[in-house]
Design a protein around this ligand. Structure first.
Ligand code: ANZ
Ligand code: ZN
Length: 819
């Protein structure tokens, strides 16, 4: 028979859907339940790739499921369209970044039309449109007014090739995440968002996400925020008026602090180093400045350091302890200086043993002496050698010593976070301009709201954009020179642009009212649509994008613009698409091209293969996937529909009951499976339904059996979640005019869900006395009990004792009375 080709039906249905526009969200419908299905929006670098195909197939299943359930679904699409690649392409081609960007967006939009996710295209947005970035600037100004956007000078990571500042997260192993160049440190004045002010809430509100976000993402967020509790302790430095504060999580070990270590690159080290040690210190510090943070924190490396020639006073023992500089203490964390307790901290012990510093045990953990074993004892135990806290266990000792420090005014309880403020300024062109004007007389002056957006100039191209160490905008004299909005004097625009993570921190609010002109979003629409019910996207965004979005949401909450504090109720992180065990990459030359796969196999096959290959969270190795197998399955679905099509409909009740049971059980199970994101298992159930249906057709009943039509229709509706083209084609074959994608989710008939039963014959002394309806898998003991409990059996026994019961489950029970 003729082979079904999923590619052959694509163009027809694509045109039909474009005309019907079945996936519009309705802002004004107050009746239907609302659902918001959000996919992480793409960056327009070239055409869509296999990773997109996977992510959007996964997100689409849930969206389409909600449509079939009759919900009012918001499933939007847009582009994260500012960013460095566009700028680099423009430099190379002597063009404006917008040309490359919008051409790629068009390409991707075309590919999406073909791939057919259930998008509401009317809400499409691009973060590089002035209509969008106007509101990014507006939000920046609100942050600024609240003290949440500020400028400060500081050491920053600098990529000498990209000529731009990098956030800590963009430095991987000391190298630029984008181009691999060794990162340098520079001191620059930069804009920051004060995300640290929200550190506690970012942690505490995670309670709302427990069970709904992947556990590992919550853990990564927790570690990134990194809250620890302990104490700040003041150490007097001989010859310095101000004491130096150190942060410790173990104030209970204060009596064991035998030296102090200052970060080699902290200003304090430079300040207190004794003249005779300065040369050694400076040589060491220069070495350290070339190390990455990861290297510095490694416990594997041999410890290095230099004595600063100064002493501090331990505030509880009164002892003089030496002050050293080392790289294992970070300038940016805590106070950039520590009290070293070598007996109970491994890094301190390594350092002490290397430089011959004293080790004093102050917690008796029952383990060997760290000075001899080389292993610091970090566990709980009784405090020793510690005056007033001797004998206490760790937790109590921490409480008590903190009280003592507070009474004496030499310390206090303290909380510390790993989280740093978010560096948001970039010295690049293709980003959202920072809406601030610098005036010699007035200082920083916000651009008045009615002058937004501050538009990017459109006459810069090619070499104008080449990195010069400052933003290319700074050289655009016409653009940069303005009148001060406050005093009217000559002033200059801030020439930095914002990190693109700012753009993507609020796009999902904009989707709720994409054309709104009186603010970033219509508060009322956001109230109705949000929070997002399901957010689908890559685990590479598990920390930053999600953390920044959560931060933005909390600020908007504080501004009274939204009434919830977490934007994404449920999160689904899909795995990667890999090939032969390796991530696909251009440099490895092992890219599988999505367009080619679609040309060869068709959209439905690619989608099904993505979804069937395993749980959505797992990586997909494309080398292990069988598109041919998926094609065959679709062919079998299509053939069933084609055979049924010629048969008239009939009374369902007269249909094959066994097949009807399979159909209804499939509906019931697939419903649960889709809600639990177990799409691969749901597809396996459909395959079983196809097999069962084929068996009935081939058994002689043919396609005329009404149960076969029921199965074929059910297949089409459920398949519309995974393979929309074939679903539509088979649905039409079955005689339907309206599209299948809003046909409505089938309901399982509960009476068909109860297990099948078999008839069990119960004999007494070889004569049939009763018949029982029992489940086929009944336990023999249970069957015996049922048989003996039968009234008819009791009558037959007439009070005689039972000698023996022979059970052949599930069909026969033979009861032998004693004679
Ligand atoms: C004394 C001590 C004794 C410590 C002990 C630990 C164990 P978290 O949990 O990450 O906050 N520390 C403080 N500031 C530091 C810095 N700038 N660079 C490197 N290390 C620093 O870690 C806090 C602990 O890390 C602090 O507690 C301090 O060492 C160290 F048995 O103080 B502890
Ligand atoms: Zn001014």
């Amino acid at each position: 028979d003729e082979q079904y080709d999923p590619r052959a039906v694509q163009d027809k249905w694509q045109a039909r859907w474009a005309e019907l526009d079945p996936f519009r969200a309705d802002d004004n419908d107050g009746e239907r339940e609302r659902r918001y299905a959000l996919d992480m929006f793409p960056y327009p670098s070239g055409d869509l790739h296999m990773g997109h195909a996977e992510a959007f197939a996964i997100g689409d299943v849930t969206a389409r499921y909600w449509f079939q359930r009759g919900h009012n679904v918001l499933h939007p699409i847009g582009w994260d369209s500012f960013g460095l690649p566009a700028e680099n392409a423009a430099i190379k081609r002597d063009a404006h970044p917008a040309e490359w960007t919008y051409a790629n967006i068009d390409t991707q939009a075309g590919s999406f039309q073909r791939y057919a996710p259930s998008f509401d295209w009317s809400r499409r947005l691009h973060t590089s449109d002035p209509e969008y970035y106007k509101w990014t600037q507006w939000l920046f100004l609100r942050f600024y007014e609240r003290g949440l956007a500020y400028r400060k000078g500081g050491q920053v990571n600098w990529c000498p090739k990209d000529q731009t500042v990098l956030a800590n997260e963009q430095v991987v192993g000391g190298h630029c995440e984008r181009c691999g160049t060794l990162v340098e440190k520079r001191v620059l004045t930069q804009w920051y968002f004060r995300i640290t002010e929200y550190a506690d809430r970012l942690l505490d509100d995670m309670e709302q996400l427990e069970g709904a976000w992947p556990e590992r993402v919550l853990l990564m967020q927790r570690n990134w925020i990194g809250r620890s509790t302990g104490a700040d302790v003041n150490f007097v430095i001989e010859g310095r008026d101000e004491p130096v504060t150190v942060y410790t999580t173990r104030p209970d070990t204060l009596y064991g602090a035998t030296f102090m270590v200052v970060a080699a690159d902290a200003p304090l080290a430079e300040e207190i180093v004794a003249p005779e040690q300065r040369a050694a210190f400076e040589a060491y510090r220069d070495e350290v400045s070339r190390e990455s943070e990861i290297e510095r924190l490694s416990t594997e490396r041999e410890k290095t350091g230099v004595f600063l020639g100064r002493h501090a006073i331990n505030p509880v023992t009164g002892e003089r302890v030496p002050v050293w500089a080392s790289d294992y203490v970070l300038a940016e964390y805590g106070h950039g200086a520590i009290m070293a307790v070598p007996a109970h901290d491994q890094r301190d012990l390594d350092f002490a043993l290397k430089f011959g510093l004293p080790v004093r045990v102050v917690v008796d953990t029952g383990e060997g002496d760290p000075a001899e074993t080389g292993v610091a004892t970090a566990g709980d135990g009784r405090i020793v050698n510690s005056g007033p806290i001797d004998g206490l266990p760790k937790a109590e000792a921490i409480r008590r010593i903190t009280e003592i420090l507070e009474e004496r005014g030499t310390g206090r309880a303290a909380v510390n976070f790993r989280l740093r403020d978010w560096l948001v300024s970039r010295q690049r062109f293709w980003g959202c301009p920072i809406p601030i004007i610098h005036c010699d007389a007035c200082g920083e002056v916000p651009v008045p709201d009615d002058q937004l957006p501050v538009r990017l100039p459109d006459d810069l191209r090619g070499a104008d954009l080449a990195p010069k160490g400052t933003s290319p905008l700074a050289a655009a004299e016409d653009w940069v020179n303005v009148e001060c909005p406050k005093c009217g004097g000559a002033a200059r625009r801030d020439s930095d642009t914002m990190d693109t993570f700012v753009d993507s921190s609020w796009y999902y609010f904009r989707y709720c009212s994409p054309d709104y002109e009186n603010g970033p979003f219509d508060v009322e629409q956001v109230r109705r649509w949000m929070p997002v019910d399901q957010y689908t996207g890559g685990v590479e965004h598990a920390i930053l994008h999600l953390l920044y979005s959560r931060f933005f949401t909390k600020v908007l909450y504080d501004m009274g613009m939204v009434d919830f504090t977490e934007p994404f109720k449920r999160l689904l992180n899909q795995g990667q698409v890999i090939l032969n065990g390796k991530a696909m990459s251009k440099s490895l030359g092992n890219m599988v091209d999505l367009g080619e796969q679609i040309d060869e196999f068709g959209v439905d096959v690619v989608r099904l293969a993505m979804l069937f290959s395993g749980p959505p969270e797992d990586d997909i190795d494309w080398a292990d996937v069988s598109p041919q197998g998926m094609g065959k399955f679709l062919g079998r679905v299509h053939r069933i529909a084609a055979e049924v099509a010629s048969e008239p409909g009939a009374d369902l009740a007269a249909g094959d009951t066994a097949l009807r049971r399979v159909t209804h059980r499939t509906v019931d199970e697939v419903t649960t499976l889709v809600e639990a994101h177990r799409f691969n298992v749901a597809i396996a159930r459909l395959m079983e339904l196809v097999t069962a249906t084929r068996r009935v057709i081939d058994s002689g009943a043919g396609a005329a059996d009404p149960a076969v039509r029921e199965a074929a229709e059910t297949l089409a509706v459920i398949l519309s979640l995974f393979a929309p083209y074939t679903a539509e084609e088979t649905w039409a074959l079955l005689g339907h005019q309206a599209p299948v994608n809003r046909a409505g989710w089938p309901a399982a008939d509960p009476s068909l869900l109860v297990e099948e039963s078999v008839t069990c014959v119960v004999q007494v002394a070889g004569k049939v006395r009763d018949r029982l309806e029992v489940p086929p898998a009944i336990d023999p003991g249970e069957l015996e009990r049922l048989a003996l409990a039968s009234g008819k059996v009791r009558d037959a026994l007439g009070g005689a004792e039972v000698a023996k019961v022979i059970v052949r489950a599930p069909k026969i029970v033979n009861i032998v009375p004693r004679r």
